[in-house]
Write a protein that binds this ligand. Structure first.
Ligand code: NAD
Ligand code: ZN
Length: 401
C-alpha cells in the first residue's frame, strides 16, 4: 500500500459592516464591500431581494438600481433586482434553488462576479446555496434583514435548503464575500421576527458571555418596545460572538460533534415541525433554551437564579417559554418532542452531544438525557408560563404567541 498525504489549508476572510441606510447614495458600505479587493474593471453583480421585504418596502428594488447607477464607474448591475419568495416555504422546494441557478447562469456571471442577497435567513440560505453551486461558488454579499439573520445566520458560513420533511438537510459550507448589517432594514419587521432574533441573543449570551446576558435581561423590555439603539447593540454583540465562535472553535465547518450554538435547538427544531412551522424559529428557540436551562439547573450546573433571570428576560422581551406541543404525547408513546433528541443524535452521527449552560456565560456538553427529568422541566415551564404575573409581559405569553 502506498499513501500520499495531502494537506490543504484555505484561509477565509470576510468583513461584516454595521451601518444604517445602506442604500443611501452617500453610503459607501455596499460599494466598498463589493469592491473590497480593488480589482481592475467594474464589479458585476446580480441582486436578489426577499419578496416579503419588498412587500413591506416597495421602494427597495428601485433604490438598489439607483445605488448601482450612482456608482456605475465601479459597479455594474447585470439585471434588475430579482424577487425571491421569503420565509421558510422558499427553502422547501428545490425548484426555487434551481431557478436561481438558472438565472445566474443566464447572466453569464463568472467567479469574480457577485451575488447580492437582501433578505431574511431563509432567503440568504436559499440564494447562498444556489450561488455556492454555480461555478463551484460565486461571491456572495449578504444584506440580512431580520434580527436573527443580522446577528446569527447572516454572519455564518452555512447555506441550506430543506429536503423531504427535514430542515436544512441539503446545503453547503460557503463563507460570504462580505456582510452588510443595515439596522434600518429591521424597521419594517413584524413583531414576531423582531423578537425572534432576541432569543438567539439570549442563547449565545447564556453559554458565552455573562455580561451580555445580564445586559439582555436589563434591556428586555426596551428590546420588546423596539428601541432601535438597543437593538443595534444586541445585533452587534451577538454577531461578534458568532464570528468569534466560528473563528475560534477550531471547527468552522462542523466536522466534530460539538455544536454549542445549537444550544436549545434539539427541541426548537422539533417544535417548529410539530407546529407545522406555525411557531417561528426564534420563538421555538426561546422555549428550547428555557427548557435546557431548566434541565441544567436540575443537573446542578446552573444556578436557579440564572434560570429565573432567563425566563423573565425572555417573557419581558415578548418571547414564549412554553408551547402545548412540548407536552404532546401520542397515546402510549413518549412525548413527541423527544423525537428531537433522536433527530439530533442522528444528525451528529450516532452520539448525542448537547450543549448546556454551566454557570452563566459558560457551557458543558452532555451525552445522555434523563427523559423523566426533562419531562419535569417541561411541566415547570408550563407553570412559569401560567404564573408569570408582570403586567408588561402577561400579554406576550404563549396565549397570544
Ligand atoms: N445558515 C445558517 O447558519 C442559519 C442559522 C440560523 C438560521 N438559519 C435559517 O434562517 C431561517 C430563518 O430566518 P429568519 O428568522 O431571518 O426569517 P425568514 O427568513 O424566514 O423571514 C421571516 C419573514 O420576514 C420577511 N422579512 C424579511 N426581512 C424583512 C423585513 N426587513 N421587513 C419585513 N419583512 C421581512 C420574510 O419575507 C419572511 O416572510 C431558517 O430557515 C433557518 O433555518 C440559517
Ligand atoms: Zn437558531
Amino acid at each position: 500500500m502506498k499513501i500520499l498525504n495531502q494537506k490543504i489549508s484555505a484561509g477565509f476572510e470576510f468583513p461584516v459592516l454595521f451601518t444604517r441606510d445602506a442604500l443611501n447614495l452617500k453610503n459607501l458600505a455596499l460599494g466598498w464591500a463589493l469592491d473590497r479587493l480593488k480589482e481592475p474593471g467594474r464589479r458585476h453583480a446580480m441582486v436578489f431581494v426577499d419578496a416579503g421585504l419588498a412587500q413591506a418596502c416597495p421602494e427597495l428594488p428601485g433604490r438598489v438600481e439607483s445605488y448601482f447607477s450612482y456608482y456605475r464607474r465601479r459597479l455594474a448591475l447585470v439585471a434588475p433586482p430579482q424577487l425571491v419568495p421569503g420565509g421558510e416555504a422558499a427553502k422547501n422546494s428545490f425548484n426555487h434553488a434551481l431557478r436561481i441557478v438558472r438565472a445566474l447562469l443566464e447572466q453569464h456571471l463568472d467567479r469574480q462576479a457577485s451575488v447580492v442577497v437582501i433578505g431574511g435567513g431563509a432567503v440568504l440560505d436559499l440564494v447562498g446555496f444556489a450561488a455556492s453551486l454555480v461555478h463551484r461558488g460565486l461571491r456572495v454579499v449578504r444584506l440580512p434583514t431580520t434580527v436573527l439573520a443580522q446577528c446569527d445566520s447572516g454572519v455564518g458560513v452555512k447555506t441550506a435548503v430543506n429536503f423531504g420533511a427535514a430542515k436544512n438537510l441539503v446545503g453547503t459550507f460557503a463563507p460570504p464575500f462580505a456582510v452588510v448589517d443595515d439596522f434600518d432594514l429591521l424597521d419594517s419587521l413584524p413583531d414576531r421576527d423582531w423578537r425572534g432574533g432576541i432569543a438567539e441573543a439570549f442563547k449565545v449570551a447564556l453559554i458565552k458571555d455573562a455580561r451580555f446576558f445580564r445586559w439582555l435581561c436589563r434591556h428586555a423590555v426596551a428590546l420588546r418596545r423596539r428601541d432601535p439603539a438597543t437593538m443595534a447593540r444586541l445585533v452587534t454583540r451577538c454577531a461578534e460572538l458568532h464570528l468569534e465562535h466560528i473563528r475560534g472553535s477550531g471547527d468552522p465547518f462542523e466536522l466534530g460533534r460539538a455544536r454549542p450554538l445549537d444550544f436549545g435547538h434539539w427541541s426548537a427544531h422539533r417544535l417548529e415541525v410539530l407546529s407545522r412551522y406555525r411557531i417561528g424559529h426564534g420563538q421555538a428557540v426561546a422555549a428550547g433554551i428555557a427548557l435546557d436551562a431548566a434541565y441544567a439547573v436540575r443537573l446542578g450546573q446552573l444556578p436557579a437564579k440564572a434560570f429565573h433571570d432567563l425566563v423573565q428576560g425572555l417573557l419581558q422581551a415578548g418571547l414564549p417559554v412554553w408551547y402545548p406541543e412540548l407536552a404532546r404525547r401520542p397515546r402510549g408513546r413518549p412525548l413527541a418532542i423527544f423525537q428531537g433528541l433522536e433527530d439530533f443524535r442522528e444528525h451528529l452521527g450516532g452520539e448525542l452531544a448537547l450543549t448546556l449552560p454551566h454557570g452563566v456565560g459558560q457551557r458543558r456538553e452532555i451525552h445522555e438525557v434523563d427523559m423523566p427529568l426533562m419531562g419535569q422541566c417541561i411541566a415547570e415551564l408550563k407553570q412559569w408560563n401560567e404564573n408569570f404575573s408582570s403586567a408588561d409581559c402577561k400579554t406576550e405569553s404563549v396565549k397570544s404567541a
